[in-house]
Write a protein that binds this ligand. Structure first.
Ligand SMILES: NC(=O)C1=CN([C@@H]2O[C@H](COP(=O)(O)OP(=O)(O)OC[C@H]3O[C@@H](n4cnc5c(N)ncnc54)[C@H](OP(=O)(O)O)[C@@H]3O)[C@@H](O)[C@H]2O)C=CC1
Ligand SMILES: O=C(O)/C=C\C(=O)CC(=O)O
Length: 357
């Protein structure tokens, strides 16, 4: 039975090898004149080189982006933007740098041009996250959705192969949960399925040949589709668990998604048969029941972590994390109980291959 609401919500997307060459044109199209370039500390050289290239269009560089956007770094970036009279910001990097751009946009309304170098997908979402006093709070606000995204596969060619795999699995998680979202629609289902297909094909190639241009482009295309899904529908148990594990136990973002996803899908897909069929088709496997195991195999074969233990979660933390993940209500295809969530996290902690959904 078809019953849905669809409202397109997307930045302007410029995709292609060498897309970065269009940056000046895109800044001008925004009517902006003074761009503040954002990056993490290790990417400061690239940020300064970009600012130099922009010449008079550059207002300055702020290179102190940190994962999960500590409020202090957001406040410092806001102050620098004010002092240098920036009228737009360019976020060059992964979800951490783009997250900083969003924190800036949230209070200033500055338009953001995002130039993603990972597959996390933040550039396509109106979701922001800011960490204050050890607690990460997320919210949705249309002001933080970047105005323009430049997807240039050349920029992700330096992303180490391990991170490429985990970041790709992070993207697949957005699509997988989008396929059983209570507020999904047929357009986003198409994007989710094609996003998974593109990433499942690209990641094994990148594992063998990290510089392979076509696979880099295909992975980035998949990341665009999966990020679009994340931005427009509600996420469920998997994202809630990863948010808890990242925010409260400081586990690394993409790696945590890689470990938890097969277990979250083993728990949910029996209650979401259409999503399971779509995922199986996208992954090129026969039986929808085998999706969780096939994803676990993919992660293992490509060298991604398969247990929360190896990411640093202690056995005692499994209890705390299960309790924390149950403190808020959110839609999920299968009803949640503390016992079931605890079991799921225990399996993920030990790195046990999930059984069929
Ligand atoms: N709001 C939203 O919609 C979303 C938000 N997020 C948030 O984004 C963050 C995670 O994003 P993610 O992209 O995984 O993490 P990061 O932006 O922290 O990047 C992960 C790692 O990849 C490295 N890296 C990035 N690009 C390159 C490159 N081209 N070459 C070499 N190394 C590179 C970074 O290095 P370096 O440190 O040198 O920059 C870093 O070590 C989390 O805080 C998460 O919550 C994620 C998805 C969606
Ligand atoms: O935590 C955030 O900053 C917002 C959303 C995400 O990180 C999505 C995800 O878990 O990949």
């Amino acid at each position: 039975m078809m019953d849905f609401i669809y409202q397109a919500q997307s930045p302007r997307v410029v995709f292609g090898r060498g897309a970065l060459q269009h940056l000046e044109r895109e800044i001008d199209a925004l009517g902006a004149r003074r761009a503040l370039v954002l990056s993490t500390p290790p990417q400061a050289t690239a940020a300064h080189a970009l600012a130099e290239r922009l010449g008079e269009r550059a207002a300055g560089v702020f290179s102190k982006a940190v994962m999960h956007v500590p409020i202090e770094s957001a406040q410092a970036a806001r102050e620098v933007a004010r002092q240098c009279q920036a009228d737009c910001a360019i976020a060059l990097g992964g979800g951490s740098t783009i997250g900083l751009g969003k924190a800036l946009a949230l209070t200033s309304g500055l338009p953001i041009v995002a130039i993603p170098t990972t597959y996390a997908g933040s550039e396509m979402t109106p979701i922001y996250g800011i960490t204050e006093a050890g607690l990460k709070k997320t919210g949705r606000d249309p002001r933080v959705l970047p105005r323009t995204v430049l997807y240039d596969p050349l920029l992700s060619s330096t992303l180490p192969v391990g991170l490429s795999v985990c970041s790709g699995l992070n993207a697949i998680a957005h699509a997988a949960e989008g396929l059983y979202a209570s507020d999904s629609n047929p357009i986003l289902d198409l994007m989710a399925e094609d996003g998974v297909r593109a990433l499942v094909q690209a990641l094994p190639v990148l594992h063998q040949q990290p510089q392979q241009a076509e696979a880099r482009a295909q992975a980035l295309y998949g990341a665009w589709l999966c990020g679009s899904v994340l931005g427009q529908v509600s996420m469920a148990l998997h994202h809630k668990l990863c948010h808890t594990l990242g925010g409260s136990f400081n586990l690394p973002h993409a790696e945590t998604h890689s470990v938890v996803l097969p277990h979250a899908l083993a728990f949910n897909l029996g209650h979401a048969p259409v999503a399971a069929q779509r995922l199986a088709r996208a992954m090129g496997i026969g039986s929808p029941a085998n999706v969780p195991g096939a994803l676990w195999d993919l992660a293992r074969d490509l060298g991604a972590p398969t247990s929360l233990r190896e990411l640093g979660l202690s056995a005692e933390d499994v209890d705390t994390a299960s309790a924390l993940a149950m403190t808020q209500q959110y839609p999920n295809p299968r009803p949640l109980t503390h016992r079931a969530v605890r079991h799921l996290l225990q399996q993920a902690h030990e790195g046990i291959r999930p059984s069929a959904a």
